[in-house]
Design a binder for this molecule. Structure first.
Ligand SMILES: Cc1ncc(COP(=O)(O)O)c(C=O)c1O
Length: 359
């Protein structure tokens, strides 16, 4: 295959196979349509407005982000329906959220009385109303109130608070994503959904009128979409997939690699590339070689990866090497641009505008 596009990209670099990403977007859009559920993609994976617009064009209604800084970037790109699937705690962040609420539809998740009071106070000060989803802990243990009575108590607290509107329930069963036993995974996912749907029923018996339940990522969306009462799914990683996701969900192909160049030969079949731990996030495991996956990484330093080539012939200094990172989202956040290859041709680079917007 002609891979002359590799010579047009200075390394280390992020490279997106446009065709694969397009197929991933279409696959998920068709699934959401067929199952009559809204897909609100979590854009923390790509942090790139042009890709979010492609997802919206395919049928998604709105996007999901984790931080106010990300919401600002995507709002400025023209997206007007954003859910922050996280708690917004710092008063200065809440103030920016209140300002965004003046010109787009924006909501966030809540799970504590202190945060609810702070949101209310700053919403009143800004003369705006903030929409919130009540975060229900489905077993991940990272955030959320317990389902049932504790959730009802917190919903009543929101109701009594000025300038806040409870618009739905939030869940995230991310602890189930890595499970390899799919039968067991489906059973446990359904137990999570039962808890959140039962909680909605309890709230509605007590005078609330809640229909909206948002949950799931790329490892559980299939089960969530089929569960009666779940109205929205939030998969994000599916758009590029990665080594970890691909082990449990093979409907999506890997669309992004990190391109490096061999810069040293240190022995027979032993090489060093210019892509090290500052080019490929390693917190969730080592990357895999795209073309010769049996090759062994010996050491990863900040600027170098030393490896023994296995199953590769004719490698020499100057050769380009493609890596699949174990976890794509943290690698994306290392780069200002992603280089685009379409129909095997280099077509330019897109800015990762929300890169580093963790505040
Ligand atoms: C709250 C929340 N929702 C949705 C997602 C999307 O999950 P995934 O990246 O597996 O698609 C995440 C991922 O971190 C998340 O934290």
């Amino acid at each position: 295959m002609d891979d002359s596009w590799k010579d047009e990209i200075p390394t280390p670099a992020l490279v997106l196979n446009y065709n694969i990403m397009q197929k991933n977007i279409e696959t998920m859009a068709k699934f959401a349509r067929d199952n009559n559920v809204n897909h609100r993609p979590h854009v923390k994976t790509h942090k790139c407005p042009i890709i979010a617009h492609m997802q919206l064009k395919a049928g998604c209604k709105g996007i999901t982000v984790a931080k106010v800084g990300e919401a600002e970037v995507f709002a400025q790109s023209g997206i007007d329906d954003i859910y922050i699937a996280n708690q917004v705690i710092n008063p200065s962040h809440i103030d920016r959220l209140a300002k965004l609420s003046k010109y787009i539809k924006i909501s966030c998740a809540v799970d504590s009385q202190k945060n609810i009071m702070d949101l209310s106070k700053i919403a009143v000060k800004n003369n705006t109303e903030l929409e919130v989803l009540l975060d229900i802990d489905l077993g991940l243990g990272r955030s959320g109130v317990q389902p049932g009575e504790p959730a009802l108590e917190m919903a009543n607290f929101i109701k009594k608070t000025d300038n806040l509107k409870l618009i739905g329930l939030h869940g995230y069963e991310g602890h189930l994503t890595p499970m390899m036993n799919l039968e067991q995974k489906e059973k446990m996912a359904n137990e999570c959904y039962k808890k959140i749907v039962d909680t909605r029923d309890l709230l509605n018996k007590n005078g609330f009128g809640i229909n909206h339940i948002s949950t799931a990522g790329s490892g559980t969306y299939k089960y969530a979409a089929k569960y009666d009462g779940i109205t929205e799914i939030r998969p994000g990683t599916y758009v590029f997939s990665d080594e970890h996701l691909h082990m449990v969900e093979s409907d999506f192909e890997l669309a992004v690699t990190i391109l490096g160049t061999i810069q040293n030969q240190t022995g027979k079949k032993e090489f060093t590339t210019d892509a090290g731990a500052k080019a490929i996030a390693t917190g969730d495991g080592k990357p895999v070689f795209k073309e010769f996956p049996k090759s062994k990484i010996r050491v990863m330093n900040e600027e170098h990866t030393q490896f023994k080539a296995i199953g590769a012939e004719g490698l020499e200094i100057g050769h380009k090497i493609e890596f699949f990172p174990a976890h794509i989202c943290t690698s994306i956040n290392l780069y200002d641009y992603i280089h685009i290859v379409k129909d095997n041709e280099y077509v330019g680079r897109w800015e990762i505008s929300a890169r580093g917007k963790s505040y």
